[in-house]
Structure formats: C-alpha cells, structure tokens
Design a protein around this ligand. Sequence first.
Ligand SMILES: Nc1ncnc2c1ncn2[C@@H]1O[C@H](COP(=O)(O)OP(=O)(O)O)[C@@H](O)[C@H]1O
Ligand SMILES: O=C(O)C1=C[C@@H](OP(=O)(O)O)[C@@H](O)[C@H](O)C1
Ligand SMILES: [Mg+2]
Length: 166
Amino acid sequence: MNKNIVIIGMPGSGKSTIGYMLSKKINMNYIDMDEYIEINENKSIKEMFQISEDYFRDVETRCSRSLSKLNSHIIATGGGVVKRKENINIFKENCIVVFLNRPLDNIMQDIDTNIRPLLAEGKNKLYNLYNERINLYKEYCDIEIMNNREITYALDQITELIENQN
Ligand SMILES: Nc1ncnc2c1ncn2[C@@H]1O[C@H](COP(=O)(O)OP(=O)(O)O)[C@@H](O)[C@H]1O
Ligand SMILES: O=C(O)C1=C[C@@H](OP(=O)(O)O)[C@@H](O)[C@H](O)C1
Ligand SMILES: [Mg+2]
C-alpha cells in the first residue's frame, strides 16, 4: 500500500502497541510519532510540556507535515493530534486515518500516567480528554476499529480492512 496508515485515538488506546504489531504483520515501516518528536527535538515529551503544551503542539504539527510526506508507513500518533484540525488535513493528503476506539474503562485499567504529562494529576483527567475528543476522533477518521477485546482482535480487524483497501 503506497499511502500511510495513521492511527488516532485516546492515550492508552493501543496506537503504539497495535501500530507496531500491524507493521510487522503486513510488512510496512513503523513510526511512533512521539518517539520521532523526542528524537528530532532532543527533548522528552515531558520537557516539551514543561515549556508549554502549545510548544509541543507546534512540534506535533511540524512532524505531522514531515511524516505525511512518507509512503507506506504505519504512523502511531499521540492522542492529542486531533486538537488541531490542521494535523488531520495534512494527514488526509496522503494517509488513511484509523481511529482505534478502546473503551475508557479498559484504558483506565493499564494506562501509564508517568509518561503522559496531561495525566500527571491522575487518571480521572481521561474523562475530560474523552469528552473533548471522542467526536473529533469519530469525525476525522476514515475507519473506526473497536479495541474492546484481546489485542489480536483489533489487529485482525485493521489488517482485514486495509487488505480490502488494496
Ligand atoms: N486490547 C487490549 N488488551 C490488553 N491490553 C491492551 C489492549 N490494547 C492496548 N493495550 C495496552 O494498553 C497500554 C497502552 O497501549 P499504547 O500502545 O501505549 O497506547 P497509545 O499509544 O494509544 O497511548 C499498553 O500496555 C498496551 O499493551
Ligand atoms: O493525549 C495527548 O494529548 C497526548 C498523548 C501522548 O501520546 P499517547 O496517545 O501515545 O499516550 C503524547 O502525545 C502526549 O503526552 C500528549
Ligand atoms: Mg503511543
């Protein structure tokens, strides 16, 4: 597949984990957008948020533009990429946008708050993020995948839909 596959969804929805597994399964390159940002900025996500969230969002938009120019990559985004419609418009030029929809109760069970500055005050912040974003994920995606069973179920769902696109 020449287009990229961009995975969006709440923090803890499985974008990085399932994105990597998918890349191995269908033999496509994989990029975790947060890792890409940290390497290019030589700063951790936490350090960027300490400057300001806007600083991080500006970097996120610049990276969206760079990554969208690639071909045949699986790109796992950060959960807040939908905060700027500009990012989605950039991705829509050359990517299929997949919303990985994992129920909030399931996310709450295993999310690591230590690596997510927005959750520094605790997991309950996820409810606010969910309410702010759920309609954006649904509006912006080309494909919505439920991630409410074992990981391989979501992986198989995405694989089947992508292979049908070919
Ligand atoms: N269907 C699932 N069943 C069990 N654990 C899951 C499932 N989906 C995701 N996880 C777990 O949730 C955690 C967060 O996943 P991650 O890929 O870091 O999410 P994201 O990149 O969307 O923030 C990981 O420990 C991952 O293994
Ligand atoms: O939801 C968000 O605003 C964020 C999610 C994080 O990525 P994950 O979705 O991989 O946790 C990371 O981009 C940053 O902490 C901001
Ligand atoms: Mg991630």
